[in-house]
Design a protein around this ligand. Structure first.
Ligand SMILES: Nc1ncnc2c1ncn2[C@@H]1O[C@H](COP(=O)(O)OP(=O)(O)OP(=O)(O)O)[C@@H](O)[C@H]1O
Ligand SMILES: [Mg+2]
Length: 247
């Protein structure tokens, strides 16, 4: 907004639904320090569901699974509010770490963060595929520190990523155990909606469908879903006042 601001801008921001009061204060102070006036905080799963176009204003149950970089957030929403919620501190970054650790353990290869990210986006899959490809990975030999090139089969990446994905599936299951029975019918019929960058991992919808037992589908444009939801909420503050915190 440039250097000189006559009126401090109103800012809407999403944050994990389980934000502590200390974290909330840190967030609002950070925003105030860069010039924010009124600050609206919307839980990230609510923002994701609005961005996904889910009918969360109705008295029905809506299951949203937002898979980002640092956290997987799972929520059941109804009447514009959070009915059941859990967050797991492991998502896209944890997948990169798992791939990095695997290459070191199995192939004595040390790779950088960007390489792990590239391998994940291009080749990793939550389930084995029929036509795996051979991947050339360049890095450093962990034993002698010299340049090293290793060839792996893309299906090898299923094993190291499985623990994180199982933990995400278990988080969804725990949220379902906290969900009131009258909301289950809608969830069984409509399944779960996946948003966030990590929902673009190949096969993750099929994996979660199998692991949880209800259909999972990925929203259109998962990376911008939360931002789109915030935009809609900012222009309809009254509709979402049950979920928005104003500071
Ligand atoms: N095609 C892809 N396949 C798999 N993962 C992807 C893909 N594209 C992006 N990602 C991952 O998505 C993550 C970023 O997603 P997103 O922008 O939703 O997270 P964030 O909102 O920044 O994080 P958080 O919600 O945890 O605060 C990164 O871990 C990135 O590696
Ligand atoms: Mg996010």
């Amino acid at each position: 907004m440039g250097r000189i601001m006559i009126v401090k801008p109103e800012v809407i921001v999403s944050a994990p639904a389980g934000l502590t009061s200390v974290e909330e204060r840190a967030l609002t102070q950070a925003l105030a320090s860069v010039g924010a006036g009124k600050i609206y905080i919307l839980p990230e799963p609510v923002a994701a569901a609005i961005g996904a176009g889910m009918p969360i204003n109705l008295p029905t149950g809506n299951l949203i699974v937002n898979l980002g970089g640092g956290t997987a957030e799972v929520a059941v929403l109804s009447l514009n509010g959070v009915v059941a919620y859990e967050s797991y501190r492991g998502a896209g970054d944890a997948l990169n770490e798992a791939i990095t650790n695997y290459l070191k353990r199995k192939h004595n290869l040390i790779i950088g963060e960007n390489t792990a990210e590239d391998i994940k986006i291009q080749f990793a899959s939550a389930l084995e595929v029929k036509n795996p490809v051979q991947i050339e990975v360049k890095g450093k030999n962990s034993k002698n520190g010299q340049p090293s090139v290793v060839y792996i089969n893309s299906n090898e990446l299923v094993e190291p990523t499985r623990e994180v994905l199982n933990n995400i599936a278990n988080t969804v299951k725990r949220v379902l155990t906290k969900t009131p029975p009258e909301l289950m019918a809608d969830i069984i019929d409509n399944g779960m909606i996946l948003s966030g960058g990590t929902s673009m991992l190949k096969g993750i919808d099929e994996f979660l469908t199998k692991a949880v037992g209800i259909p999972a589908s990925v929203v259109d444009e998962p990376l911008t879903c939360v931002a789109r939801g915030l935009d809609i909420a900012l222009h309809n503050l009254n509709s979402y006042k049950r979920s928005i915190k104003i500071t």
